[in-house]
Write a protein that binds this ligand. Sequence first.
Ligand code: ADP
Ligand code: MG
Length: 465
Amino acid sequence: MQATHARTWKTVLDLVLKEIGEQRFKLWLPYTTLRSHEDGVAEVGAPNVFIKEWLVRNYADVLADSIARVTGSRPRLRFSVDPTSAERFRRDQEARQKNAPAEPVATTTPGADASPPAATAKRQALSLNAAYRFENFVVGPCNRLAYSAARSVLEEPGRLYNPLFIYGASGLGKTHLLQAVAWEFRRRRPQAPLAYITGEDFVNAFVESVKRKKVDTLRDRFRNVGVLIVDDVHVLSNKGRTQEEFLHTFNSCFNQNRQIIMASDSHPSAIKALRKELQGRFIAGLLARLDPPTEKTRLDILREKARGLNVAVPDSVLAFLACHIQSNVRHLEGALNRLAAKASLLNEQLTLELAARELRMAGEVRERMITLGDIEEAVLGQFSISSQELHSKTRKRVILVPRQIGMYLARQLTSHSLSEIGQYFGKRDHVTVLYGIRKIEHEMKKDPEFAGLVRTLEAKFRGPV
Ligand code: ADP
Ligand code: MG
């Protein structure tokens, strides 16, 4: 940063500090820079993508206003990652980690029973799913913020984003992310105690400890944890006394700068009958929402999951699943696993036909009573050919390909058998139909533009599942 820019920026930051208060300022602004300022555009540098995105979302106005107050005109803002600032950020973090006090040596895994205090607790294996790692979490626009936040808390646990609150509907990857943090935290600091607990386990442990008059023991359990991870914290809804106890646990971790990460099926303000104090503390942290994945991300996820299967899954099947199963990732993964199991049991290849048949039977493909006539109409419209030509015996490519597309669509979109489809498209036998469908699948694989065209036609018939 040039000296003049550095001076300007310092004055700007002083104003921003007054505007947003020290706590927030310290979280987001200290490593920012003014990288350039010309022609009415100011480029603000941040030490990493995460902070950059956060500034864009939350502080663009304050920054532009403050620059205007210092320079006399309000600039348009651009944000980017500044490598120098990134380096400074990294060095400071390392220095802080070196100076951090040694962590107590114990891992505590809460169970239904009240266990001995963490300091004396026997090291126990955490019940984490080995597959829930960062490496196999597929990142897309639906989950990028939550993913980056989960990674970032590992850089400086307890200091940058505390608590981190991840929320979103069921099956969108909350548990996967939380456990990925747990694994990674354990890899980096094998000796540091870590508590991973579900809201339900916490409720049970509390009820049990009250019954046995051992609430103090329950408290001790969390007193020395380095990181507290609580999955499905929304389960505390309506449980007043447990919430009181959880508030105590939360405060004790928070006040010692221990990192707290939580997941919930809804935003803190939408958790019913949640104590105001808890709600306030959850909201004061970093909130990251998980949205349902787009079709592209669904496809990426399926590719990732298919790698772990012992059955080859053609792209057409993955695309078919990605197109039809839109609700959540668990559902998507379940369908893929079921298909793989079925193919392996039947000793068949996992083909598009098998996938279409199974999903239709399971009611996962919405049948909209699409008729062969509807398909014909769409094909005629798309390729400007006549009905006569479509039903004729001609094998001219300009007619043959649309006809085969018609057969392909009929197979995808209706429950007609191959012979019925053959009858309709000019009295052809089922072998010809199968050949036609394969040909289209093959072309789609080879030629993305062709694939796009067929999918667009197909999409006309489909609404969301
Ligand atoms: P939640 O806790 O939100 O209900 P889970 O974390 O249990 O959801 O995810 C359900 C399934 O979907 C898991 O098998 C998980 O691995 C998978 N999953 C969800 N999101 C992703 C993703 N982005 N990449 C890979 N797998 C994912
Ligand atoms: Mg979960």
